[in-house]
Structures are given as C-alpha cells and as structure tokens.
Write a protein that binds this ligand. Structure first.
Ligand SMILES: [Mn+2]
Length: 252
C-alpha cells in the first residue's frame, strides 16, 4: 500500500489524470491512498471540470480531499451570491476566478448545489499515519479543529492562507498529545522555498521541498496555461509525493 499526496491542481485536469495514471492510482482497484490538498479551482480554465472530477474521485474511501484558499474563496462567493445576489468582486479581481464563476453560473441548479455541498464538506486538515510516521496534511498550515490543548488558536483561515516558513516547526505551539513528524502543504510554489534555502533572489527549481518539519509539494501548476509567465511557465509542474519512500513524480 502506498500513500500519495498531490496539491494545487488549479484546473490542470489533463496533467492530473496523466499523473494518476503514472503512479498507478485507481479508485476501481488497488489499495493505495490519495490525499489532495486543495486549490482545485482558478487559474486553469477547466476549473469546474476539475472540481467535478474531484467530486467523483472523492466518492472513494481511499481519496481524501482538503480545501484550499481558492476553494474557500469560491465557496464564499457562492454564499455571497446566495445571500445578496452577487459574488464577492474581490475574489473575481484578484484571484483568477473569472472563468470558474462564469462556468459555475451556467450549471444547472442541481449541479451548483452539488458543488456547494461538496465544498462545504471539505476538511481543513487530516492526519496521515504511514510506516510509523505521523504527518498532518493541510493546504497551507496546521488546523486542529477544537480538539486538544492547543496553546494558541489555529484558525481555518490560517490553514488555507498562512505561508509556512521553510525552517519553522509549525507544531511549536501545539501542546496536544500527538507527535507530528511533519506538515505536508501546498499553497506556496516550492521554487520559493528552494530559492530561500539557496539564498538566491531568482527562483529555485520546481521540486518537492523537504524542510525540517514541512514538506511543500506545490510545483507551480497554476501557470501551466500562461506562457507569458516565462520561466515560471516553463518550469511549472504538477507533483505527486509518495510518502513511504519520499519518491516524487512530476508531470506537465
Ligand atoms: Mn493556495
């Protein structure tokens, strides 16, 4: 049994399906587990299709979907639209959600309701135990719900938005009983962490980043449809990390 983690698909549905094929993950057979750390939507033009695909995958008990900041913004736009008759314009302007929203409003009422309920159902963090190691996976930062003695409050907002530092122990303020070996996150492209470690101003490689307590896996797939981003575009990839042997699989 293997455990795979993928994050920040951002509408890149074709590379994602190819990556699943490359790692041999299927909901039809096998016993591997797949953790998806959020940001299914925005940037890529096939975001609604991507969300639909994730909703199907998520039917499997071996697939575990978390929420990202883009999925949360999408959810908040849906809720604003329901309450006020229009979505949050800031979400539109700043976060490349135009196409997601345009496609969403064209869906049938039942499909819109299904997306809304699926987004609402997503978790902010999950524990992953494998080979005697305990990880927490979240889109950006730990979240513990209301359980345990936390020492300080970890918020849902931080769980999807907060940028973990490459050298920090994100569990330093957690005083619960569990002993976490590491936090696995997406959200921040790994080139950022590699360039910080190298002390360079230019971007580092789009490779999975292994820090002391964090493992970052977002290899920048959000710009796969944007050649105008230059090097960022040419280096953009989608990564799958296999936890048991820390082998990384890449596709673009
Ligand atoms: Mn994100």
């Amino acid at each position: 049994m293997s455990t795979y983690v993928i994050s920040d698909i951002h509408g890149a549905i074709e590379p994602f399906i190819q990556l699943l094929s490359d790692i041999g993950f299927s909901t039809e057979s096998g016993e591997d587990e797949l953790y998806l750390l959020g940001d299914y939507a925005d940037w890529g033009t096939r975001s609604i299709e991507t969300i639909g695909y994730m909703m199907d995958l998520d039917q499997s008990p071996r697939v575990h979907c978390l929420i990202g900041n883009h999925d949360l913004m999408f959810l908040q736009a849906i809720e604003a639209d329901r309450q006020m008759g229009f979505p949050d314009i800031i979400w539109y302007e700043a976060n490349r959600g135009y196409k997601t929203w345009d496609d969403y409003v064209r869906l049938s009422d039942s499909n819109r309701k299904a997306i809304y309920e699926w987004l609402l159902s997503l978790s902010f963090a999950v524990d992953i135990m494998t080979d005697g190691r305990l990880y927490m996976a979240a889109h950006a930062y730990p979240y513990f719900g209301n359980r345990g003695k936390l020492g300080r409050i970890y918020t849902k907002n931080e769980a999807v938005w907060h940028r973990a530092r490459s050298d920090e122990d994100p569990f330093r303020n957690y005083h619960g009983r569990k002993k976490y070996d590491g936090l696995i996150i997406g959200h921040t492209p790994t080139s950022y962490y590699h360039s910080l470690r190298a002390g360079k101003a230019s971007a580092g490689p789009n490779e999975v980043f292994f820090g002391k307590k964090i493992i970052a896996i977002d290899c920048g797939a959000k710009v796969l449809e944007y050649p105008e981003f230059g090097d960022e575009y040419y280096n953009a990839r989608l990564a799958a990390l296999r936890l048991e042997d820390e082998k990384c699989f890449y596709i673009r």
